[in-house]
Design a protein. Structure first.
Length: 366
C-alpha cells in the first residue's frame, strides 16, 4: 500500500465521504434508483413486511439507500425502516426480547458491549451466500461480521508541513509545539488507536496496565503540540482547514473528502502501523424479522454493494470478489494481504480497563 497519497491523484477520484453520525430518527424506506442484482431470492415473497436497520448518517446512509436498499427490496418485496445515527446499544439492552432494531452497524467496541449484554445473534453463515467469499479477518466475532475497513493516519497541510510526515512520532516533533497538532478525544475514533500504536512501539498494547506509566509518559510528551482535543471530527477538521493546526489524526476517507474539496491536504499512513477502522453489522438476538435481517446482511456483504462503499466512501471491502479500480486500491487496505497488515486494537481488553484508561488520559489532556 502506498504510504503517501498524492493530492493530484486523489482529486481525480469522484467521491464524497463523511463519517458523520448524527442524532437518531426513524423513517420509511426511500431508496432512490440503482442497478439491481438478480440474486437467488428475487421475488415478492416478503411483500408487506419490513426490516428495521440502524445505519450511520451522512454519506454512509446515502450509499446504503442508493445501492443496498434497492437490491434488498427487489429480492424480497419488503421495505426498510431506518434508525439513523449511532448504534443504540443501551436502548437495545433495555428492550429485552422486543428490540426495536433488527440489524445494526457498529464498531468493535460496540460489538463487544453488545456481546457482553447478549444482544446479538450468533451468525449462521449458511444463511449468507457471500460468507465464503469474505476474508478470514471479517469473522473476528461470532455474532458480527465486517462489512468494510477504513484506516487511521495523519492528515496534514501540504502547504505548511515539509517534509511530509511518515510516522506517528512526527506528531511529537518540537517544531509543532504551540498547538499545531489536533487529536480526537477518547469518545471519538482515532485516539485509542493512536495510543495503541504508541504502546506497540514499546512492546505492549494499550490495555496492558502494568506498562501504562511508560505509555502515558510518552503521551504526555505530545501535550505541548496539541491545539485541539476534538469532541467531533468536524471540530478538528475545521482547524486544519483554517490552518490553525498543521496536522491531525484522521481517517483515510475524511482526509480524502477534504482533498476533494480543493484544500491543500495530504494523508500519511504511518510506518509504525496503520490502525484499522472496522465497520461491522450484527443481527439482534430477538430480531422481529430475523429472516429479512439475514437477507439484508447478505446484500451488504455482496460485491456490488461493497464496491459502492469503496467508490463513494473509501471503505475497503471485506468480500474478496469485490473488484475496484487500481486508483481506489491505493487509497485503502484492499485485499487480504493489506487487511492482514492492519493494526487491530483488542477492543474487549480495552473495554475492560476503559474507565481507568480514561482517567489517566484526562489527567494529561484535560
Amino acid at each position: 500500500m502506498k504510504r503517501m497519497l498524492s493530492i493530484a491523484l486523489l482529486l481525480a477520484i469522484s467521491l464524497s465521504l463523511s463519517a458523520c453520525r448524527g442524532g437518531t430518527e426513524t423513517s420509511s424506506s426511500n431508496s432512490g434508483t440503482a442497478p439491481v442484482s438478480s440474486g437467488a431470492n428475487n421475488g415478492k415473497a416478503y411483500e408487506g413486511q419490513s426490516v428495521v436497520v440502524q445505519v450511520w448518517g451522512g454519506t454512509y446512509e446515502e450509499t446504503f439507500k442508493k445501492y443496498a436498499a434497492p437490491i434488498f427490496e427487489e429480492r424480497t418485496g419488503a421495505t426498510i425502516e431506518y434508525v439513523i445515527g449511532s448504534t443504540p446499544i443501551a436502548q437495545l439492552g433495555s428492550e429485552g426480547d422486543h428490540p426495536s432494531v433488527d440489524l445494526i452497524h457498529g464498531d468493535a467496541a460496540e460489538v463487544v458491549r453488545g456481546t457482553e449484554m447478549d444482544l446479538f445473534e450468533t451468525i449462521d453463515q449458511s444463511k449468507l451466500e457471500n460468507a465464503a467469499s469474505l476474508y478470514p479477518q471479517a469473522w473476528e466475532y461470532p455474532n458480527a461480521v465486517v462489512t468494510n475497513w477504513g484506516t487511521y493516519g495523519i492528515a496534514y497541510r501540504t502547504d505548511m508541513v515539509d517534509p511530509a510526515p511518515t510516522k506517528w512520532f512526527d506528531l511529537w516533533d518540537a517544531k509543532y509545539a504551540g498547538g499545531k497538532v489536533g487529536i480526537m478525544d477518547l469518545g471519538m475514533g482515532g485516539a485509542l488507536e493512536m495510543a495503541d500504536v504508541v504502546a506497540r512501539t514499546q512492546g505492549f498494547e494499550c490495555a496492558d496496565q502494568e506498562n501504562w506509566d511508560n505509555l502515558f509518559a510518552k503521551l504526555a510528551e505530545l501535550k505541548p503540540n496539541i491545539g485541539i482535543l476534538g469532541a467531533q471530527h468536524a471540530d478538528v477538521e475545521s482547524m486544519l482547514e483554517q490552518g490553525d493546526i498543521m496536522m491531525c489524526v484522521e481517517t483515510n476517507g475524511r482526509a480524502i473528502s477534504m482533498m476533494k474539496s480543493g484544500l491543500p491536504i495530504g494523508f500519511c499512513m504511518p510506518e509504525e502501523g496503520v490502525p484499522a477502522m472496522t465497520s461491522y453489522i450484527a443481527i439482534t438476538k430477538h430480531a422481529q424479522n430475523k429472516e429479512l435481517a439475514y437477507i439484508l446482511a447478505d446484500v451488504l456483504l455482496s460485491p456490488e454493494v461493497q464496491k459502492a462503499y469503496a467508490e463513494n466512501n473509501f471503505y475497503a471491502p471485506s468480500n474478496g470478489k469485490t473488484d475496484i479500480s487500481e486508483e481506489l486500491r491505493s487509497f485503502m487496505p484492499y485485499g487480504e494481504e493489506q487487511v492482514s497488515k492492519l493494526v487491530y486494537i483488542d477492543a474487549a481488553a480495552v473495554e475492560a480497563v476503559k474507565p481507568e484508561f480514561t482517567e489517566r488520559w484526562n489527567k494529561i489532556y484535560k
